[in-house]
Design a protein. Structure first.
Length: 456
């Protein structure tokens, strides 16, 4: 006779796994189905991870028929939300107007069933959009589950507490420190940030494996490298723990230092043959970079200046123009003085203003940046600022003045022997010539620039 033994929440008695192994050896026709937040680690065990519920894409263009009540109901997370909302509000329906908010609620809650159920119970008093607006602090919002549920399932925080309490102290330390990452991390990144001073005193590999096994950390392969992440709700919980521990300042500083090293390493590669790979790398880590910039606003302005200044070409090439300008102007405004790092940010802010058609602001930024570069004798950056200032003037129809600054910049570039910058300047001289209807001269400049670009 074949029999199935179902064991729920086995993580609470995981030390009894050896008894299950003995039972299976004694009963060849017995099968055991165990739900657990951590593997049993017995021979013959087959792990079947239970993923979050399927989520809709937030881009309406990725959903056949757009984001409507009908199209959203095919996704398990939304279907659960609708069911639980109707439990407290029987006439609840999803309209074309509320569909985007409901989709975003489910995505913000990572497709976690308990989180979705707790959120849906608020529909009795809140519209979907009002509920979405209050999800900035998920853990405080998501409570008040059914009284007949176990206490651990009545609030989202209690549920995560249940898993957190299973960890040993070393894993708890690692868990809270990893919350500094936004959008994921690799093993090497964790080693560089959470153990930056080399005094963590734990086996990082073992404790990271423990977090994965306890379903608190997820892992997936990206570009041939294993990448780890925390669901947003889990990260919020862990970050609260980091704040309470008093380690937040130290870990955030290490995280910002890592991001600075990354962007400054990438910066020179964005104008060469490795450009595509580095752009992809920066895009992959953009969540971390944003978090570092946000922390630097109030904790480390100089580091924020250097990070934002190094990101100029990335923002330009990956169409983050408006966001890039906001970051650059934020740090330029918050900081003072005539430092090179601030001048570099002003120069980049001018370029972003140029791209958005704000040529007067661009000119003002470039003029201040040029003066500081001259003060420091930084000829390479002087050449770049001269080029940028010239183009801002040309867009304001001041062609003769623009050509004067460009030619001055070209002389500097040739002294420095920078072929990419020389080619860029030639291209800009060609543009100005064509703006003035001197097409033959413009063609000559552009042809020379093209030849140089091809040789780089």
């Amino acid at each position: 006779k074949h029999q199935l033994l179902v064991l729920d929440n086995f993580e609470q008695v995981v030390d009894a796994a050896k008894d299950i192994a003995e039972l299976l050896r004694a009963c060849p026709r017995l099968q055991v189905l165990a739900t657990s937040r951590t593997p049993l680690r017995v021979r013959g065990e087959k792990e079947l991870p239970v993923p979050p519920l399927a989520l809709p894409p937030l881009d309406p263009l990725q959903v056949s028929g757009g984001l409507t009540g009908e199209t959203l109901s095919q996704y398990a997370a939304v279907e659960l939300f609708i069911q639980r909302a109707r439990d407290v509000k029987p006439d609840f329906t999803v309209t074309n107007e509320t569909a985007p908010a409901i989709a975003e609620i489910c995505c913000r809650l990572d497709g976690l069933p308990l989180a979705i159920e707790l959120a849906a119970s608020r529909i009795k008093l809140l519209s979907p959009q009002a509920l979405l607006n209050r999800l900035g602090h998920r853990l405080e919002m998501l409570k008040g589950g059914a009284r007949d549920l176990p206490l651990r399932q009545q609030t989202l925080r209690n549920t995560i507490d249940w898993s957190f309490d299973l960890l040993d102290e070393n894993a708890r330390v690692l868990f809270r420190r990893l919350s500094v990452f936004v959008g994921g991390w690799t093993y090497d990144m964790a080693e560089a940030v959470v153990n930056a001073d080399g005094q963590l005193g734990i086996d990082l590999y073992d404790e990271l494996e423990s977090l994965v096994n306890n379903s608190l950390t997820q892992s997936r392969e990206v570009n041939g490298e294993l990448r780890f992440s925390l669901l947003a709700t889990i990260r919020e919980y862990a970050h609260d723990k980091l704040h309470d521990s008093g380690e937040g300042e130290h870990i955030h500083r290490a995280h910002a230092a890592y991001c600075l090293t990354l962007v400054e390493q990438a910066e020179p590669e964005l104008v060469g043959p490795n450009q595509a790979g580095w752009l992809d790398r920066l895009e992959l880590e953009y969540g971390n970079i944003r978090a570092a910039l946000d922390w630097c606003k109030t904790r480390d302005l100089e580091r924020g200046l250097r990070i934002s200044g190094a990101l100029y070409r990335f923002w330009e090439m990956h169409s983050h123009i408006r966001e890039g300008r906001e970051w650059l102007e934020t740090f330029a405004t918050l900081s003072t003085g005539v430092t090179l790092s601030r001048a570099k940010v002003l120069n980049a802010a001018g370029a972003m203003a140029d791209y958005t058609g704000d040529y007067a602001s661009a000119q003002a930024y470039f003029e201040v940046a040029l003066a500081v570069f001259e003060l420091h004798g930084d000829r390479r950056r002087m050449a770049a600022a001269l080029n940028n200032l010239a183009m801002a003037l040309s867009f304001q129809m001041q062609f003769d003045e623009a050509r004067k600054w460009l030619e001055q910049g070209q002389a500097l570039k040739r002294e420095l022997g920078d072929p990419w910058s020389i080619a860029n300047g030639l291209d800009n001289l060609g543009r100005i010539a064509m703006f003035q209807h001197d097409y033959e001269r413009g063609r000559q400049y552009v042809a020379e620039a093209l030849e140089m670009f091809r040789s780089i």
